[in-house]
Design a protein around this ligand. Structure first.
Ligand SMILES: *Cc1c(COP(=O)(O)O)cnc(C)c1O
Length: 406
């Protein structure tokens, strides 16, 4: 038997996470290459006109055009689906392409969506600005309040949309409670799992229907490419998402898919190690920031109001935390400017530690009132912890806190 392919789900489903992340979905060409091949081809050729006709008619297997299928992208999709425990996955050109596709593929004029108020800036823009333009009503609720989700439900509510932990407030949504409520009412829950990934949190196990990703973040993990993914049932992916995706084209490039495939090989190691370093750094700097009247927000810290929920639904709490400095925007900027190791950058999930000021960057497109309402205050700095030495990072933060007068 050829020990080369990993396309048989009966085999790969028996594998544990680390094995899935290295080998899941991989298959080899006749050359027997060790590393997954990069198929940079926009189209395919056929032995006969009848053959291509059969493929277009769905009567024969095989690829027809890279907007629809590509071998490298298909390997990534299978690996992400396996890691997620999902029946199917479709890769997208970016995280925002994934969120847009996951929502627009199933919503129509006259439908209603409920979303958590704490969200990545562009996710809020979809909810506040894009969907209403197409006659889709939206309601924004405090995602931590189950009664608020319930009160927002209308007869035409079709989708619940939220991220947990939320970017950059690190607020959690109770997956079992909110997805359970959605199920009771026949509502589809769409969870943006970018901050955790399937290694740290698997929303489908808590009753979510669709899990959407920015794979730009922890999945790539080294700050190289933009990518996204949508996971769900075969029925949802093939019958609801695919018609939208094939005809609108938010397709991931094979090159970017290949880079993310390489990133997934080390995802379990990185996600766990970065979570540990983040928790250590957070614990080290919290007393000083709290003494000055500020806060450190990370679901793995006992001071987080939803610490107990984090312990229930996450295996580890991820590499990202936020600090709220008492001196507002000027102090936050002074802190960023004084960092020597940690870069000022608005990316997350990278193996390098990065920090940014959400109110003037990722969330600058929202009004001051919306920012205030979702908890993105002027003194907030969002920090992505990488794989550097804990002691070096703590020294860097201590130095910058002193320089900023904290
Ligand atoms: C970054 C991010 C996105 C958008 O992903 P891109 O790959 O940058 O398009 C969406 N949701 C969350 C929670 C994110 O952090």
């Amino acid at each position: 038997m050829k020990k080369t392919t990993a396309t048989d789900r009966n085999v790969t489903r028996r594998w544990r996470t680390a094995t899935r992340s290295v080998r899941g979905g991989a298959w080899r060409s006749e050359h027997g290459e060790t590393s997954e091949a990069l198929f940079l081809s926009s189209g395919y050729t056929y032995d006969s006109a009848a053959e291509v006709a059969a493929r277009f008619a769905g009567e024969a297997d095989g690829m027809t055009y890279s907007r629809l299928q590509n071998p490298t992208v298909a390997m990534l999709e299978e690996r992400i689906a396996l890691l997620e425990g999902a029946e199917a996955c479709r890769a997208q050109a970016s995280g925002m392409a994934a969120m847009t596709a996951a929502l627009l593929c199933q919503l129509s004029s006259g439908d209603h969506l409920v979303a958590a108020r704490a969200a990545f800036g562009s996710c809020r823009w979809l909810v506040d600005s894009l969907l209403p333009r197409f006659g889709i009503d939206t309601t924004v609720v405090d995602g931590t309040d189950l009664a608020a989700w319930e009160a927002a439900i209308r007869p035409n509510t079709k989708v619940f949309f939220f991220e947990t932990p939320a970017n950059p407030t690190l607020e959690l949504v109770d997956l079992a409670a909110v997805c359970g409520l959605a199920r009771q009412h026949g509502i589809i829950s769409v969870v943006d799992n970018a901050f955790a990934t399937s290694v740290l949190q698997r929303p489908l196990e808590f009753g979510a229907d669709v899990v959407a990703y920015s794979a730009t973040k922890l999945m790539d993990g080294q700050g190289r490419v933009l990518a996204g993914a949508v996971c769900g049932s075969q029925q949802f992916i093939n019958e609801v998402l695919l018609p939208f995706q094939r005809n609108t084209g938010p397709t991931l490039s094979p090159f970017n898919a290949w880079v993310v495939l390489k990133g997934l090989e080390t995802l379990p190691l990185r996600a766990k190690a970065q979570s540990e370093v983040a928790l250590s750094v957070g614990k080290a700097i919290e007393p000083r920031i709290a003494a000055a009247g500020g806060r450190v927000l990370h679901p793995g810290l006992p001071s987080h109001p939803q610490f107990a929920l984090a312990q229930r639904q996450m295996d580890a709490c991820g590499p990202i935390f936020s600090v709220i400095l008492p001196g507002g925007r000027s102090q936050a900027h002074a802190f960023l400017d004084a960092l020597e190791i940690v870069d000022i950058s608005n990316n997350i999930g990278d193996a390098r530690s990065l920090a940014c000021h959400p109110a003037s960057t990722t969330h600058a497109g929202l009004s001051a009132e919306v920012r205030e309402d979702m908890g993105v205050v002027e003194g907030m700095v969002r920090i992505n912890i990488g794989l550097e030495d804990v002691a070096d990072l703590v020294e860097d933060f201590d130095r910058a806190l002193s320089a900023a007068g904290v």
